[in-house]
Write a new protein. Structure first.
Length: 72
């Protein structure tokens, strides 16, 4: 379940990354960017993250697609 694919070393548990939120339909001209930490990987290959919402000043947890993450 927690296998790392080649080229995804930065996606290890505890790693810092950037989460790009592209809206509920998966498309946005200017996606929101959140600093995040990887908490784990689901059985289906999605990633659990803990991210910081700088507008509201709060942390939140979410399950996101790997494609929504990029190295910090």
């Amino acid at each position: 379940m927690n296998e790392q694919r080649e080229g995804e070393e930065w996606q290890k548990i505890g790693a810092a990354c950037v989460y790009l939120y592209k809206g509920p339909h998966g498309f946005a001209l200017q996606p929101e960017r959140f600093k995040a930490e990887i908490l784990g990987v689901t059985a289906h290959g999605s990633v659990r993250i803990k991210a910081f919402d700088h507008v509201n000043g709060e942390w939140f947890e979410a399950t996101v697609r790997r494609a929504s993450l990029s190295p910090l």
